[in-house]
Design a protein around this ligand. Structure first.
Ligand SMILES: NC(=O)c1ccc[n+]([C@@H]2O[C@H](COP(=O)([O-])OP(=O)(O)OC[C@H]3O[C@@H](n4cnc5c(N)ncnc54)[C@H](O)[C@@H]3O)[C@@H](O)[C@H]2O)c1
Length: 244
């Protein structure tokens, strides 16, 4: 399969869950992939499994120096950057009564600042290479309130806002910016839910099951590929009807 033939992609948070699935699918579709994560060991394991189409890079998305190194390492290995998936995220659900400044800052720094720094880090190299595609991962929780998600939901609303603005700003450079909004996806992140949040949470979505990482990866792949050449500033919900 060749839906990403000759493309070079950087994926953040790719040592686990959705990011790892995206790295595997992208490579299977012909891309070369920088598998990045703050957890270097996890990134290395995914890159090793993929083989020579992948490199592993330690990247804390909140750190500008890390971003420069990751872009440099990708160019050194593969010559260019065509695609960035800002997938890394944190989710520590607590109601406002248990949310302090530090918890708010954590979500803001990783989910929002990390996404912003990623777009900043790749935009010039993409522009100079003739264009590119950025896919930012928000959430259904970035479209409405859910119990216990004040910090997470607020950060994902912001991811949507900065992505839509970047889509407009970067269009003249032939860089497409789009969003995927996952619903409830079966990844290690779900283990962050304390029992009281689970009890207050809506039951299964209309699909009557959780989503899989592969179902998210397919949506990200579409937006990253040339098949989405006229899709800009769009939001693709992949949520089994949760947000319907
Ligand atoms: N799982 C869900 O139900 C769900 C729903 C909606 C949105 N999302 C979003 O999907 C994305 C992927 O999450 P997942 O479900 O695969 O979770 P996950 O916990 O399996 O993976 C998250 C990855 O992000 C990495 N990470 C955390 N902080 C980082 C940092 N500062 N720098 C770089 N990497 C960092 C972690 O090491 C981990 O590998 C996240 O943005 C998340 O908010 C998840």
């Amino acid at each position: 399969m060749t839906r990403l033939a000759n493309k070079v992609a950087i994926i953040t948070g790719a040592g686990s869950g959705q990011g790892a699935a995206e790295a595997r699918l992208f490579a299977a579709e012909g891309a070369r992939v920088a598998v990045t994560d703050v957890n270097e060991e996890a990134a290395r394991a995914v890159a090793q499994e993929i083989g020579e189409a992948a490199i592993a890079v330690r990247l804390d998305v909140t750190n500008e120096t890390d971003w420069r190194k990751a872009v440099d390492a990708t160019i050194a290995a593969f010559g260019k950057v065509d695609v960035l998936v800002n997938n890394a995220g944190v989710y520590k659900p607590r109601p406002i009564q248990q949310t302090d400044r530090a918890l708010l800052d954590l979500h803001y720094n990783v989910n929002v600042v990390g996404t912003f720094l990623g777009m900043q880090a790749v935009r010039e190299v993409m522009r100079d290479g003739g264009g590119g595609a950025i896919v930012n991962i928000a959430s259904g929780a970035g479209t409405k309130g859910f119990p216990g998600m004040i910090a997470y939901s607020g950060s994902k609303f912001m991811v949507r806002g900065i992505s839509r603005c970047a889509a407009i700003d970067l269009a003249p450079d032939k860089i497409r910016v789009n969003l995927v909004l996952p619903g409830i996806i079966d990844t290690p992140m779900l283990a962050e839910n304390p029992p009281e949040i689970l009890a207050a949470f809506p039951t299964l979505p209309p699909a009557q099951r959780l989503g899989t990482v592969d179902e998210i990866a397919e949506a990200v792949l579409f937006l990253a590929s040339d098949a989405a050449s006229y899709v800009m500033g769009a939001e693709l919900s992949v949520c089994g009807g949760l947000m319907a």
